[in-house]
Each structure stands twice: as C-alpha cells, then as structure tokens.
Design a protein around this ligand. Sequence first.
Ligand code: ADP
Ligand code: MG
Length: 142
Amino acid sequence: MLSEQLIPTEAAMPAYAEKLLPQIKSLNMVGLSGPLGAGKTTLVRGLLRAMGYGGAVKSPTYGLVESYKVAELEVAHFDLYRLADPDELEFIGFSDYIGDGNLCLIEWPEKGGKWTAGLDLMITLTPSDGGRKISIESDLQP
Ligand code: ADP
Ligand code: MG
C-alpha cells in the first residue's frame, strides 16, 4: 500500500519523522529515493532526533556512511550518490551493517545494485509546491 503526504516546510519534517519512526525502527534496510535536495538527509536527521540522538547529523556524501548508536539500536546512514560501482560496498563492509538490531537508512539505494536489492521499505521524496511529497511503499500508514 502507498501512503502519500505533503510536508510543506523543513520545520514540519521532525514531526513527520516522529510519526514515521515506529513503523521503521524494527526494519533492517530502508531506502530513501529522490533527487538531490529532495530532503532525504533532512528526514534521516528527523528520524535520529526522534530516536533521541542529540548530536549533529551530517550528510555522509563524502564517506558513504555515518554510524550512530542510539539506545539499543545501531543506525547506519548511507549516501550512495558517489558510488561508482556497487561492489565498493563490499570493501566498506556493507554486509556487516545488515543484521538484527541494525537499521540502515540508505540514500540513493538504486546505486547499490544487488547489495540493496532486499530493501524492507522505500521512501520516495519529491519536491512539490515548495514542500516535499513523501510516498511510502508499505502496508502501514504513518
Ligand atoms: P537530500 O538529502 O535529498 O539531497 P537535504 O535533506 O539535504 O536533501 O535537503 C535539501 C534542502 O531541502 C534543505 O535545504 C532543506 O531545508 C530543504 N527541505 C527539506 N525538507 C523540506 C520540506 N518538507 N519542505 C521544504 N524544504 C525542505
Ligand atoms: Mg542527502
């Protein structure tokens, strides 16, 4: 099922992330799709805040991944935009991030090839009317 919502401003993103969190925190691999500037990192920041993480959440664009330990959860935030070959993920130990108690939030999952073929959920962000339309392929509603 597809849930779709327009989030009109950046300031409204944290509240949306808070509603979304219960649906995704027990998942393993969540994709965030959408063009540059769509708000993918902003949503990840909101999710980490909602989990209780108080530190800075920066875009992992230049390092591919930023890791966070929040309560009992290990969160890995990937940005695969600069990935030239999906098999680079083998060398950064991608498979070590996938496992019980780990949540991987993956920007540009379409660049990951077979490594990201098993997404549990895809979140698609689209600029719309100055805000962002957020679509979720899931059986659940935020
Ligand atoms: P991405 O990670 O998809 O490249 P970012 O999260 O870095 O995008 O966000 C890009 C810009 O979009 C930021 O300047 C942010 O202020 C803005 N933005 C994020 N969410 C919204 C929203 N719901 N409505 C309007 N602007 C937003
Ligand atoms: Mg980003």
